[in-house]
Design a protein around this ligand. Structure first.
Ligand code: ADP
Length: 675
């Protein structure tokens, strides 16, 4: 047992019991915190921006306060408005989540000044640990192993160059204030140093308003290992084992697991002891993470994060501890309810971050309305922390992480299999996600063998983003089964569905033809009903076909005697199916000629893609020429101006600046001029 007994404080001025908690965040972490707070009987207050009016975290909280425009500086980063919201709703405490203001010492200080409990460390602790150079100096004194490097005050070129030469290339130039991998450059030769410093400084200045740099030895083929710690205001400090987050893209974590499959028990105890030493150096209060890089043998401190991390659930699953509950209890001023030796490592957990992005298009973010959101049940070791649900809109204003899929099992192999199954059984339509990429990643043989380093994803990108399987008979059958099943449901409520009215008796055989367009190909298929059995006719081949609805919305398709469980969702003209071969989205060319041209926008001012309205260029009532600029939309970070399809009068503007609009939505109504 190891409980460091620093000056035991019973009546801490900053930590005390509260009954109402404001969560200064959005998305999955806001939902995650609300869940535990509610279970503890605490009233919750959400804050939100214009873009998040209908967001899940707002719906989940007991009260919610609109802070302002979508832009984070007007909402989730606006300290004045957040404190005011707490005061208005009687919130006595604020949980900052991660990102946004979670590591902002000024925010912690302002909360304290307003008499609000900040669920986290004190502003002083944050300041001591917040800068990478400051914390390294502190760790050096505390005897925590560091990567060889320079973290001094002097920032002139000569000092930095001399430091780099002394350390020896390759080196890493890093912004002291850095985060999210920004302001960081690997430098392999002396000639590359000067330009790397200039560009890292420029990036750091823009991102953090602080361009101080430190230099570290670049650990080749490194692994990322970090230790979860938590301290209370009575001087007790616990480490909750380590996580391995080596699978990264551009220095950002993609997959995280606990415990690290790389460390043996002696190494595990050593890194946890170093982490406790690091946190004890500032008498740390709250949840925090001590991050290390490892060359496979030794670990070196790189930084501390003074907040809850995205990947905290893997630690929860192997320890059975609810870290948010512990955070809240520490903020109450309570003592930690367990000792170090009561914490037992059980099994293995692994997490994948689900993003709205397209790995096949250089991970470009995807925005818009989530038309389908179906995740498998949270059973058999599966946990899903989501910040979105069906019908929600993914806004271009914030980080594109939608959810985390997390799996626990007694062993790492089974945990990976469970995670992959959780990913495979997730259906999302309307936006593009990285789910197929995550599946390819977790099932990669080198990931399973733990033969990885932080450069693995970049090197294997081509293999991880390969094109999906060809559209086969099974997918055709799944599409048809999904359509017929959905029409059965509709037919019960709507009389005269096309199925009933559009006559499909042909030459004595009942049959129906379908045409699907997928990528550049057209697939034609005929469904022919016989006595008691049906066949699909594909390119002249006849294949015995049957289908039945299964539980939980699945469909059982029987094709040539083999039954398969598939999932299908039928939109107006799109059909989504998921089979054992993967996910497919096809356009259903409607045989009844119901393709509606209404959304084509040829004679209307319509959003061509989901986007944000950034400017209105005319006023209601204005007379416009054909081609006059009406609205500017920001679509995927690019501006696009929509113009009048004909000369006329602007009857109505149907949007305002800041609105997030869906594809196909009319933005302005124009009455044609009389000829
Ligand atoms: P940030 O705060 O921007 O996330 P970190 O200092 O935490 O920056 O580093 C992010 C990632 O960069 C680490 O997880 C690791 O993969 C890599 N990294 C950091 N320092 C080193 C180093 N000295 N050698 C090799 N890789 C490193």
């Amino acid at each position: 047992m190891e409980l460091s007994v620093n000056a035991a404080r019973t009546d801490h001025p900053l930590y005390r019991r509260f009954g109402t908690l404001l969560i200064a965040n959005r998305g999955e972490i806001a939902c995650r915190v609300i869940r535990t707070a509610r279970a503890m009987g605490i009233r919750t207050v959400a804050i939100y921006s214009e873009a998040d009016r209908d967001a899940l975290h707002v719906a989940m909280a007991d009260d919610a306060v609109l802070l302002g425009q979508a832009h984070a500086r007007d909402s989730y980063l606006n300290i004045d408005r957040i404190i005011e919201a707490a005061q208005k709703t009687g919130a006595e405490a604020i949980h900052p989540g991660y990102g946004f203001l979670s590591e902002n010492a000024e925010f912690a200080r302002r909360c304290a000044q307003a008499g609000i409990v900040f669920v986290g460390p004190t502003a002083d602790m944050m300041e001591a640990m917040g800068s990478k150079s400051g914390s390294k100096a502190l760790m050096e004194r505390a005897g925590v192993p560091l990567v060889p490097g320079y973290h001094g005050e002097a920032q002139d070129d000569a000092t930095l160059t001399e430091a780099a030469d002394k350390i020896g290339f390759p080196i890493l130039v890093k912004a002291s204030a850095g985060g999210g991998g920004r302001g960081m450059r690997v430098v392999r030769t002396a000639e590359e140093l000067a330009p790397a410093i200039v560009s890292a400084k420029r990036e750091a200045k823009a991102a953090f308003g602080d361009d101080r740099m430190l230099i570290e030895k670049y650990v080749d083929n490194p692994r990322h290992i970090e230790v979860q710690i938590i301290g209370d205001s009575h001087g007790n400090l616990l480490s909750l084992f380590e996580r391995e987050c080596t699978l990264q893209r551009r220095h950002q974590k993609v997959i995280e697991e606990a415990p690290s499959p790389t460390l043996n028990p002696a190494q595990r105890e050593a890194v946890c002891a170093s982490a406790r030493k690091a946190a004890a150096a500032v008498s740390y209060v709250g949840a925090g993470t001590i991050e290390f890089v490892s060359d496979g043998r030794d670990v070196f401190f790189i930084e501390m994060n003074t907040r809850l991390q995205v990947e905290h659930p893997v630690t929860e699953l192997i320890t059975g501890v609810d870290l948010v509950e512990l955070q809240l209890r520490v903020a109450f001023g309570e003592k930690l309810p367990m000792t170090q030796d009561q914490l037992v490592l059980n099994g293995h957990a692994i997490e994948a971050r689900v993003y709205a992005e397209n790995p096949n298009k250089n991970f470009m973010p995807s925005v818009g309305r989530i038309k389908t959101w179906r995740t498998p049940p949270e059973a058999d070791g599966l946990r899903i922390d989501a910040g979105y649900r069906e019908g929600d809109t993914v806004s271009p204003n914030y980080d594109a992480m939608l959810a985390k899929v997390i799996a626990w099992a007694p062993t790492r192999d089974v945990a990976i299999d469970r995670l992959n199954r959780g990913l495979e059984e997730t259906d999302v339509r309307g936006i593009v996600t990285n789910i197929p990429f995550l599946s390819a990643l977790v099932t990669h043989p080198q990931v399973r063998a733990n033969a990885i380093d932080t450069g693995f994803i970049e090197r294997e990108l081509a293999a991880l983003t390969t094109q999906r399987a060809a559209f086969s008979d099974l997918e055709l059958a799944a599409c048809i089964a999904a359509i017929v099943q959905s029409e059965r449901v509709t037919a019960r409520t709507i009389i005269g569905s096309p199925w009933q009215t559009a006559g499909w008796m042909m030459a004595g055989t009942r049959q129906r033809s379908f045409v699907f367009r997928e990528e550049m190909q057209e697939h034609k298929v005929t469904l022919r009903y016989g006595r008691g059995s049906s066949v699909l006719v594909v390119d002249g081949r006849e294949i015995a076909f049957d289908h039945a609805s299964g539980e939980t919305g699945d469909i059982h398709v029987t094709l040539d005697g083999v039954q398969s469980r598939v999932t299908g969702v039928v939109g107006r003209h799109e059909v989504y199916v998921r089979t054992r071969n993967g996910r497919f989205e096809v356009h259903w060319v409607d045989p009844f000629g119901m393709e509606d041209e209404e959304q084509s926008g040829a004679d209307r001012v319509v959003a061509p893609l989901p986007g944000t309205v950034v400017a209105l260029l005319v006023e209601e009532g204005a007379t416009v020429e054909k081609g006059a600029a009406i609205v500017t939309l920001e679509v995927m970070k690019m501006e696009q101006t929509l113009r009048a399809p004909f000369a006329g009068k602007v009857i109505r503007l149907k949007c305002k600046v800041g609105d997030i609009v869906q594809e196909g939505v009319e933005l302005a109504e124009i009455e044609p001029a009389q000829p």
